[in-house]
Design a protein. Structure first.
Length: 286
């Protein structure tokens, strides 16, 4: 397994050391008999402004790892530092601040939004929870600004999720993640439920927003072509462990392990080229 890379001189934005996450297997009377390990002894660092790709087949532990970084699932061992703060040692008030800095965009845009809540209310909800913008007028202005930034008309602020396509709903989820001006966003299979042309639009949007808002991403996907398109570096996971880690081009062109080689063989012919072509078409139109 790959070792953690040395710390940069100015320090990483996120550092993970020997992280372990397991799910309990309970007996007849509800007692924990053992744990199934989903993340085993994982270490890596992410620099500010980087897109760090996390790839592997379903069940390899990549989504569990992403959720553990936000303390959405309990850990069994290891350390997580964000801007030098010990994430696993934070109290409730400090954790609340961390949640402002670290956000997540989930895979399914259909279940990520409350169907009874307008998209304007959904985007404004984090502002209310964290008390960032108190006046309703200022909240509405912030929501309108975010809708514009993700390419949706501000006139749709009072519409409901069922009135939007999957790609549009994912844009709403991205706007919601941006509401608190985070520094770090985990994109967990954020385009997997979308067709290829819509995928390319959302991927390009994420790149544009990264430059505009000075964001750092973890981009999680089972699709190595998509991860390669988005990422500066890639970490390949297999059965909860790091299989390989390195610059995106190197991992894609010169995979070091049989598992990574098999992932690359599984990429549909022309999928990466199709995404790049759609990006070029978008740039030409712009």
């Amino acid at each position: 397994a790959a070792r953690a890379e040395p710390l940069a001189a100015n320090g990483p934005l996120l550092a993970v050391e020997n992280l372990q996450v397991g799910y309990p297997v309970r007996g007849v009377f509800g007692q924990t008999r053992r744990h199934v390990m989903a993340v085993q002894d994982v270490s890596f660092q992410i620099q500010k402004g980087e897109t760090f790709g996390l790839v592997g087949e379903s069940g390899c532990g990549k989504t569990t790892l992403g959720r553990a970084l936000l303390r959405l699932v309990p850990t069994m061992g290891g350390k997580i530092w964000f801007e030098g703060r010990d994430v696993l040692g934070l109290g409730s008030s400090q954790l609340r601040q961390l949640r402002r800095d670290m956000q997540i965009v989930f895979q399914d845009p259909y279940s990520s939004l409350d169907p009874r809540m307008s998209i304007g209310a959904a985007i404004a909800e984090p502002l209310k929870i964290h008390g960032v913008i108190k006046s309703r007028r200022n909240q509405q202005e912030r929501v309108a600004y975010l809708l514009d930034r993700v390419g949706l008309p501000t006139t749709c602020i009072n519409r409901y999720p069922h009135e939007f396509s999957g790609g549009q709903r994912q844009r709403v989820c991205i706007a919601r993640a941006l509401a608190l001006n985070p520094k770090f966003i985990i994109c967990d299979e954020s385009v997997s439920a979308l067709d290829v042309s819509v995928q390319a639009q959302v991927l390009n949007l994420l790149k544009e927003l990264q430059a505009e808002f000075d964001l750092t991403y973890i981009f999680i996907s089972h699709d190595l072509a998509v991860v390669k398109f988005m990422s500066d570096r890639i970490m390949v996971m297999n059965q909860g462990r790091i299989e390989e880690i390195g610059p995106a081009e190197q991992v894609y062109r010169q995979p070091q392990t049989p598992y990574t080689q098999e992932l690359i063989k599984a990429i549909p012919v022309g999928s990466l080229e199709r995404i790049q072509e759609l990006q070029r078409d978008r740039a030409t139109v712009a």
